[in-house]
Design a protein around this ligand. Structure first.
Ligand SMILES: N[C@@H](CCC[C@H](N)C(=O)O)C(=O)O
Length: 280
């Protein structure tokens, strides 16, 4: 199976673009291919597929084999792949995902996509998609206890679940210790992505992330969007923020007019390869 290795700020993906649909045993394939010792190594496996509703369809599988509804960094990689490989030669694309159709604008330099702006749609603050079992419309700063430690989380869905937690110093926070305990807390029936955030000023936050089904990653696009929304809801930032992640920066803008969240950042193609394992 031919693949391309891509990343958005170090959130890395094995991208496969020549299938009509995903293989039957896709969950095991994702586990095998994402393995950093015995496979290619990646945070996720991404398929770019034909769509009858949009320019292309994206399906994203986490390193543990589970399918995610949405992935902000992967959408930017998909958009870059589609333009750079001349699958569609236009600078505005629509991408079908399990969380709906996303619209992207491409910024092109020397005939290649450099950065991508994604309309990530409206954040979801209530209902089944919000990562909490409690039927309570109040999403902001809810208490949660793990191993005798109390945190406060703001629940935001960007199509996939996020729990945003403000901490004193995100870059020094022990993500590896607390991330997995929060991801699998009984309060989150579908598990959750967890963002640890420090607000620097009204236009800048620092974020570290523990991703559902993956572990700590260098960046998370939907996590950055959820953080932008949570930071406005908690009155800490303006609607226009730079989210500083381990792998680099993302611009997030939550537009008051249409209630949509816009995310802008880079996407990179790193290498091509052939997967020699079985694809069933
Ligand atoms: N890295 C992604 C999110 C990938 C999916 C996530 N792990 C989930 O299970 O929801 C991003 O850039 O948004």
């Amino acid at each position: 199976m031919e693949f391309t290795k891509m990343h958005g700020l170090g959130n890395d993906f094995v991208v496969v673009a020549h299938f009509e649909d995903v293989p039957k045993a896709v969950n095991q394939l994702a586990i095998d291919i994402c393995n950093r010792n015995f496979g290619v190594g990646a945070d996720g496996l991404v398929f770019i597929l034909p769509s009858d509703k949009a320019d292309v369809r994206m399906r994203i599988f986490n390193a543990d084999g589970t399918e995610a509804e949405q992935c902000g960094n992967a959408i930017r990689c998909v958009a870059k792949y589609v333009y750079d490989h001349k699958i569609k030669e236009k600078d505005k694309l629509s991408v079908e995902t399990l969380a709906g159709i996303q619209h992207v604008k491409l910024h092109i330099e020397n005939d290649l996509v450099s950065t991508v702006e994604v309309d990530m749609g409206e954040p979801i603050l209530k209902g089944d998609l919000v990562p909490t079992a409690i039927d309570d419309p109040e999403v902001v700063n809810r208490p949660i206890e793990v191993d005798g430690m109390k945190f406060y989380f703001t629940a935001v869905s960007m199509g996939n679940p996020h729990a945003v937690i403000y901490v004193e110093n995100a870059p020094d926070f022990d993500v590896e210790k607390w991330g997995p305990k929060l991801e699998t807390h009984p309060l989150f029936p579908k598990k959750t992505n967890v963002e640890f955030v420090t607000v620097k000023n009204e236009h800048e936050v620092e974020m570290r992330v523990w991703e559902r089904g993956v572990g700590q990653t260098l960046a998370c696009g939907t996590g950055a969007c959820a953080t932008g929304v949570a930071s406005v809801l908690t009155g800490q930032t303006s609607r226009d923020v730079t989210v500083r992640l381990k792998g680099g920066d993302l611009k997030v803008y939550w537009n008051k007019e249409d209630n949509h969240v816009y995310m802008t950042g880079e996407a990179k193609e790193v290498f091509k390869g052939t997967w020699l394992g079985e694809v069933k």
